[in-house]
Design a protein around this ligand. Sequence first.
Ligand code: G6P
Length: 381
Amino acid sequence: TTVEKHGFRHFMIKEIYEQPNVIRTCLEAYINPTWNEQNTDLNPINLGLFDLLDDIDHVQILACGTSWHASLIGKYLIEQLANIPTVVQYASEFRYAPSPITTNTLTIGVTQSGETADTIAALETEKQRRLALPREYRPRLLGITNRPESTLSYMVDQIINTQAGIEIGVAATKSFIAQLMGFYLLALDLAYRRQTLSLEQIYRIVEGLHHLPRQIETILEKQEKHIEDLAHEFNDTQDFIFVGRGINFPIALEGALKLKEISYIHAEGYPAGEMKHGPIALLDSKVPVVAIALPGKVYDKVLSNAQEAKARDARLIGVVAMNDLEATHIFNDLLSVPEVDELLSPIIAVIPLQLLAYHIAARRGLDVDQPRNLAKSVTVE
Ligand code: G6P
């Protein structure tokens, strides 16, 4: 089947617009439709992972690129919701320096294509070194992928099929959202099994997930034109800094990666609290700073980090909640999004950053879907 642009100028923007339906598809596939708070004996999450998730002491996640960013959010969710210590490693690093072996470890390979050479090799390394060991050390491999027919799928015990549909744009967008959904569902499945969250808490999060598609549509409807106009103001910009904290630190990394991949502008993502240890030296009126400043426990901290950047004349762009009056006084430009629980905010925060990267690159007349030097899936080392 050929995938077409259906009136969109590039595949990337078409795929950005597909994201609400990607979330709907995941929810339909993996939330038990008959579940409610009173139904205590039914696991609300239906990933079909059975005993793969029993008695886990550790989780390790291996990935590259955008999938590595999704994995960092996955770590946050698995640790905070299910209380299991989790490490995330670049597959390309892990291959040559695997961490010491731990007991009852779930190893998760995250790869949209299921073909990235480094990720496959890292998982193979892990599998081989555990095979002959006593039971508690045996490999337990889970794949999170958009390709159930891929190399990854055949080498792991089970997969979560993220069902985002084929992605053509080299810069990952909808496959990232789908991986995040995979991690929300996995963390909730673990939390239910281990009773680290109450049923009411699980119910609230599941309900919040169901609101996300509409909320993303609101951003697309209300903000795209504004972001397109804003993009015009960065014709001569050569550097960007993205900052976030907590669950949105990986979104700062992803916002920076999207921009550099398709616009060739130098961009760095940083945890906002680390700015003072280096990047603040770069700041002046020529370096815009994009801060993710959404309601939650790190909101005040991000605002004060943003103010420090402003004091160095940086142009400040804030990803903020609609109706956040305080933010209007601090930021030069606002990327407003619906207010959601902090736990779900990465899925909302990344949307305006995808649009910003897209419009800056499209405005520069660049080949958004096929950026120079990059490949959709890197099957060589
Ligand atoms: C390439 C792509 C990236 C992607 C990375 C990992 O570098 O350009 O967009 O994030 O590979 O791909 P994977 O298929 O393993 O998720």
